[in-house]
Ligand binder design. Structure first.
Ligand code: COA
Length: 223
């Protein structure tokens, strides 16, 4: 029982507002490139040598390249939007009823030697706009990825995360990912160490029955 002298702790993950996900198509290449470039820059520009970073941005986020990625049938870009109408929606999130608060890129069937998957799903990118961080929206995107992975019949989900990205590594750990190996990531001329993190997805009959995917203690992704 809670000590009556302790004020109630605000719940950090209330279902205060709903979000929805839209799969981007090649026609969305310009705005996806813009979102991907901006969120990557906001997260990492200040932590990397300027020239290496500029070189990487130039090659990784060109609209033509993103268009090619969007046209790959194995790739799934999900854009997250806040559903308008919730009275409790914080002002700072109203913008994201019209434009995505973040996105992820999934690659179906792409494996990694360190991960013992028969039907792997790669979470290649997950990014939330700076203004939207701190509202549990990264969790919402990850839950959607887990749900789609389980429904799609995948048995494992894996990703690469910069060894020095402590916040993201804690986020993944909270959501059940564990370390399976290390790999190299080249940013311009800079060679960096990435962690290979992975977790199992629940087994379902033909992938169709996964309605709730446990993500962390006591929480589930709702189908
Ligand atoms: C990694 C990333 C996607 C995680 O998304 P996020 O929205 O920050 O993650 P969460 O959903 O856990 O929310 C983070 C914080 O918001 C708070 N939060 C969670 N739900 C909340 C809610 N409903 N209301 C208010 N605050 C909430 C939590 O306090 C949490 O902080 P904690 O570390 O103390 O638990 C995001 O931080 C990001 O885009 N980072 C930069 C890019 C990056 O590193 N990407 C990964 C590359 S591998």
């Amino acid at each position: 029982m809670r000590d009556p002298r302790t004020p109630p702790r605000p719940s950090i993950r209330p279902e205060r507002f709903r979000v929805r996900f839209v799969r981007a198509t090649a026609e969305d290449a310009d705005r996806v490139a813009d979102l991907a470039r901006r969120t990557f820059s906001d997260a990492f520009a200040h932590r990397n040598p300027e020239a290496d970073f500029a070189a990487y941005l130039e090659q990784a986020f060109r609209p033509e390249r993103i268009r090619r990625e969007l046209s790959d049938p194995a790739a799934e870009f999900l854009l997250g939007l806040v559903v308008p109408g919730a009275a409790a929606l914080p002002d700072v999130l109203r913008l994201f009823t019209e434009q995505p608060f973040g996105y992820c890129k999934l690659v179906h069937g792409r494996g990694n030697d360190s991960v013992p998957a028969a039907r792997p799903l790669e979470l290649q990118r997950i990014y939330v706009e700076q203004a939207a961080i701190g509202h549990g929206l990264g969790t919402r995107i990850l839950e959607e990825a887990l749900l789609r992975g389980a429904r799609g019949g995948h048995d494992w989900i894996w990703l690469c995360s910069w060894d020095s990205n402590d916040d993201a590594n804690r986020f993944y750990q909270r959501h059940g990912f564990r370390l399976y190996g290390f790999t190299e990531f080249v940013l311009g001329s800079d060679r960096q160490i990435d962690r290979v993190l992975a977790r199992r997805l629940p087994r379902t009959a033909h992938g169709a029955a996964a309605r709730r995917v446990p993500t962390r203690r006591g929480a589930t992704a709702q189908g």
